[in-house]
Each structure stands twice: as structure tokens, then as C-alpha cells.
Design a protein around this ligand. Structure first.
Ligand code: FES
Ligand SMILES: [Fe+2]
Length: 317
């Protein structure tokens, strides 16, 4: 397939998604890779195709002693450099193709097989140093192209359509839009309808969302975007990660951070927070997956300049 946004840094996994000594499959720009993390926290990645008879290495297992991945078909072992381990010896030439990774804190970044075109944003590290990590949410493959998936997160008019049931945002006002190259930022004020007791009980997160929620969304095109909000339980940061898997398949997952005002809130809210985000991502995917093919629009809404800016960044990449 033709590469989508060649030279972009992609955040292909967070350490918590990998486990220890377990193969983990990642698809980036049409190519499958097998990733694993050893008990020292080192992370390795190889092209997933076994160079013997093309079995998927990610279906194999990790040998802790030799730090190798074993192919599920004939049990050949390869280390993180792709070198074959046989009868106590290690071949000099790599057979399997390693994928170059950059591990920063808990984040595993790669440029795939491309030359870097932009730097890796340090925003996730900054957030991790200030907030507690709550967990991963909304981890799924959307059956839609990368651009549509990125654009829905730059679309400030879909809350009262796509997400109306969950948060019941009746009005959304953009108060600021700053941009500088691949970075852009939007401040908004969202007004929530009066929720019924039933709605509040089924989604306890609503208790912590003020009637007028002020939030900031900061974009680091095309790798991540972060939504910051001040809730009743403390500040909250939601890192939305996206990368292209195939021409019409996009991976999305979110790293959720918060700084709760008291220690007992985390166990109380953690599950419902992550669940609410799963629902949001599910709703966005449905919006993307059920659309008819693109056509030039005849209608414009306010605040669409953010989406148009993102579209230009994509087209001019
Ligand atoms: S296919 Fe992998 S060892 Fe044979
Ligand atoms: Fe959305």
C-alpha cells in the first residue's frame, strides 16, 4: 500500500498494552510487526513475517532466557535484531527485519520504514510527569481512513449529534483557535443539558462534569491530540492516539490521565471514566463507518475552520 503521511512519528503502543514477554501484533501502514517487552522493560519489534516459511511471529512465544521470539510454525528463534538463534549459536546476519523504535517513558514510537520528517512530540511525557495514569480506553480499529478519523476529532459540531446521548451537550462555543504548523489548539465551552437521575446513575462521570465545561484541545498533527478539562474531581487529560493501519483502517486508543483531588476517587471513577470513553470512541467510529463516500459539502457550520486547517495539513504533507 502507499504510505499514509510518510515520515510522521506514530505512537504504536503504550507499555501497559504490551504485557511482559508476550508477543503483541501491530499493523502500521499495511505492514505487520511483532512487538515484545522483556522483564527489564526493553522493547523489540520485528517484521511479523517469519523468514523461513512466512508464519506470523506474533502467534509465537517469547523465550525469556535468550530474549527471543519463537516462530509458532517450526520454532525458529529470532532476537530483537532479527538474528537467528540455533543450537546455542547466534547467526551474524539478521534474517528477520527489525523495526526501529524510539521508547520514551512508557510510549513506543516509530517512523515505520520511513525517514523522519518531524520530531516526536514530548507532550505525553509532560502529561505523565504531572498526572496519574488512569488507563487505556477506546482501543479499536476503525473501518475508515486516517483522515476521516483525524477530522472527527477536529470537528467541533458533532457533540450534539454523535455524542448527544452520553453527555447531552446542547451548545458548544469555541473561544480560541491558535495554530502554528503541525500544532494547533482550540479552547471551547460546552453546555450540558440537565441530566436525569437515571442518566447520572448510569454514567457517574456526569456527576463530575460541570454544567458548563471548559476544555482545551491541543493537536500534534498527525500523531496525537490531547483534551484537557477541569472537572469536579480534578484536572483531566485525555491523549487520543491514532495511526494508519491500512488505507481504510485506522487504529485509535486513548491514554487517560487525571490528577484526582483525593485518593479514593480513582477506584471509584476509574471504570466509569474508561467506559465512557469507550462509548465515545464507539460513537465516533459509527459516525465514520456509516458515512457515504465524500462529496463536496454545500453547507458550512461555524467552527469548521479547525477541520479545514487539519485537512490542509494532511493535503500538504
Ligand atoms: S515458518 Fe517460522 S520457523 Fe518455519
Ligand atoms: Fe467525537
Amino acid at each position: 500500500m502507499t504510505y499514509i503521511l510518510p515520515g510522521a512519528p506514530w505512537l504504536i503502543a503504550h507499555r501497559s498494552m504490551l504485557g511482559v514477554n508476550q508477543p503483541h501484533k501491530v499493523t502500521l501502514n499495511g505492514q505487520d510487526y511483532a512487538l515484545w517487552q522483556n522483564d527489564r522493560g526493553e522493547v523489540f519489534a520485528l517484521n511479523n513475517v517469519c523468514p523461513h516459511m512466512q508464519a506470523p511471529l506474533s502467534n509465537g512465544w517469547i523465550c525469556k532466557e535468550r530474549n527471543t521470539i519463537t516462530c509458532p510454525f517450526h520454532a525458529l528463534e529470532f532476537d530483537g535484531e532479527g538474528k537467528l538463534h540455533r543450537e546455542g549459536k547466534r547467526d551474524i546476519q539478521p534474517f528477520a527485519q527489525p523495526l526501529k523504535l524510539t521508547v520514551i517513558g512508557d510510549c513506543i514510537w516509530t517512523y515505520g520504514d520511513c525517514e523522519p520528517r518531524t520530531g516526536i512530540p514530548d507532550i505525553v511525557e509532560q502529561i505523565a510527569s504531572k498526572y496519574d495514569f488512569i488507563g487505556i480506553a477506546g482501543d479499536k480499529t476503525i473501518q475508515g481512513d486516517f483522515l476521516s478519523t483525524w477530522l472527527i476529532n477536529s470537528d467541533f459540531n458533532h457533540q450534539n449529534g454523535t455524542h448527544r446521548e452520553l453527555f447531552q451537550i446542547v451548545q458548544n462555543q469555541m473561544t480560541e483557535f491558535d495554530k502554528n504548523g503541525y500544532w494547533y489548539k482550540v479552547k471551547q465551552e460546552s453546555t450540558r443539558a440537565n441530566n436525569s437521575v437515571r442518566e447520572l446513575l448510569s454514567n457517574p462521570v456526569l456527576f463530575t462534569i460541570p454544567k458548563i465545561l471548559k476544555s482545551t484541545v491541543e493537536y500534534f498533527f498527525p500523531s496525537v491530540l490531547v483534551l484537557y478539562a477541569e472537572t469536579g474531581s480534578g484536572p483531566f487529560a485525555q491523549v487520543v492516539v491514532q495511526y494508519p493501519q491500512q488505507q481504510n483502517q485506522t487504529k485509535i486508543y486513548e491514554l487517560i490521565f487525571a490528577k484526582f483531588k483525593s485518593v479514593w476517587i480513582k477506584p471509584l471513577l476509574r471504570q466509569s471514566m474508561l467506559k465512557a470513553i469507550d462509548v465515545v470512541v464507539e460513537q465516533d467510529s459509527t459516525a465514520i463507518e456509516t458515512r457515504y463516500p465524500h462529496q463536496p459539502t454545500k453547507i458550512r457550520l461555524p467552527n469548521e475552520e479547525v477541520m479545514i486547517y487539519a485537512l490542509e495539513l494532511y493535503r500538504e504533507w
